[in-house]
Ligand binder design. Structure first.
Ligand code: ZN
Length: 440
């Protein structure tokens, strides 16, 4: 039996849900037109809020893009007076200005409820000890998960990022049962507990991990679940929309439920902008229905996914989307073929001899694109080899197997370079795996 955080909302029938969404959309639009820029945008697209007579009419509204945020930096998109804001978060903005996300008191309250719902859905309860392993600064994953876990009533440890060994000592000493992390930190934890001689079954009380903010695959989930002896769940969000709290997996681990009482999702063709049928893969477009501070209306996320319309076994009526396949801008074009980094990750992480670290290099050989996967193998799989020759033969076998599987999925000949355990440099924070060196 599913235990809901808010049963009435999570099991709402579609008719009531759409009525609720339409009411919120009208309120959102009446706030949005108070913003000069947004008002002009509507006029330029020959649409007025009176044209929106049903939920379906949302397709008459223009898209909002990252450029709208950029062009209105820092306060130009506000739909409330600045004095109503009580919090500001932002994307890292490594190139150019960061993208700010503002919260009114109500925005912050909604966000807290949604993160509490995320955590409750995957099993966090007030008896749990929760460690947040990401930074608690501008990044929404820090404060967002801190607030949400407190709302559930768990004991919260706002550890922050990095310091893997100390994080693990905390988990051991304070009996942490659940943590929030980026997936690459989960992989790093496995390596570190192995180094520390910690047995997750005996020495740790971990049951659940909430992972997100980085693309990951089913193979990586399996590695983390086996390596740390817990259940790992995916969640999704983006700073422009709210931060995390847009969607989350339930215990079924079969797609992420979009919290439709707060968000209206659409899938469009990223090239033409046309709305696609349910079940077709395309770019996720989100409308943050409740949002007071910003007109996040038909925001183009640049994330590729598919909506799942069938009802989930958990009993929630909210639709699901598949794990994000790729950021559209991260798609690689190699010798004219489109390749998604997630396709490579799924195969590499599924090869049992490969450890927890790999990178992908794209480079030029003459005029031709070349792609090389550098992956670390784990020593323990070679302990049975008695001679150097035997080790070499085993390496060649793994290399050929990986090349063949990569070719089957990507239709490209991909070079595989196997490396000793621990030889690929580790990064702190979000991991960088793709190195496109073609324009160097
Ligand atoms: Zn479900």
């Amino acid at each position: 039996m599913t235990d809901f955080y808010n049963k009435k909302i999570e099991t709402m029938n579609r008719k009531d849900l759409e009525k609720h969404q339409f009411k919120l959309l009208k309120e959102l639009l009446s706030r949005a037109v108070k913003n000069e820029y947004y008002n002009k945008k509507l006029k330029a697209n020959n649409v007025s809020i009176d044209d929106i007579k049903s939920l379906k009419d949302i397709s008459k509204l223009p898209f909002l893009t990252k450029d709208d945020f950029k062009n209105n930096y820092p306060f130009g998109l506000l739909t409330v007076p600045k004095s109503e804001l009580i919090r500001l978060h932002a994307t890292s903005g490594t190139t150019g200005n960061p993208t700010p996300a503002y919260y009114t008191r109500n925005d912050l309250e909604t966000w807290t409820e949604l993160i509490a719902r995320n955590l409750y859905t995957i099993g966090l309860r007030k008896e749990d000890v929760f460690q947040n392993t990401v930074t608690h600064g501008l990044f929404t994953g820090g404060m967002g998960y801190l607030q949400g876990a407190q709302r559930v009533g768990a004991l919260v440890i706002p550890f922050g990022g990095g310091f893997t060994r100390r994080q693990i000592k905390f988990m051991q000493d304070f009996g942490v049962t659940c943590f929030h992390a980026i997936p690459s930190f989960g992989l790093k934890m496995i390596e570190t507990i192995n180094e520390m001689g910690i047995d997750p079954k005996k020495d740790l009380e971990l049951k659940i991990a909430m992972l997100g903010a980085e693309l990951w695959s089913e193979s990586t989930r399996k590695k983390i679940e086996d390596g740390l002896d817990l259940n790992a769940y995916d969640n999704y969000g983006l700073t422009e929309a709210i931060g995390p709290g847009v969607s989350c997996e339930c215990l079924e681990k079969d797609g992420l439920h979009i919290w439709e009482d707060c968000f209206y999702p659409e899938i469009i063709d990223p090239e033409t902008g046309e709305t696609l049928e349910p079940g077709e893969e395309g770019e996720l477009v989100l409308t943050a229905l409740y949002r007071e501070s910003l007109p996040v209306i038909r925001y183009r996320t640049r994330d590729l996914t598919t909506l799942i319309m069938d009802q989930c076994n958990c009993g929630r009526t909210f639709i699901r989307h598949t794990r994000i396949k790729s950021r559209i801008d991260d798609m690689l074009k190699i010798r004219g073929v489109n390749v998604f980094p997630s396709q490579i990750e799924e195969i590499v992480m599924n090869q049992k001899e490969i450890g927890y670290n790999y990178i992908v290099r794209i480079w030029k050989k003459g005029v031709l694109d070349e792609i090389t996967v550098e992956a670390e193998v784990e020593n323990k799989y070679f302990s049975h080899c008695k001679t150097e020759d035997e080790t070499l033969r085993e390496m060649t076998r793994i290399k050929n197997e990986l090349s063949r599987k990569l070719h089957e999925v990507t239709l490209l000949r991909i070079n595989v370079d196997l490396k000793p355990e621990g030889s690929i440099p580790r990064s702190e924070g979000k991991v960088k795996r793709i190195f496109d060196e073609r324009n160097k």
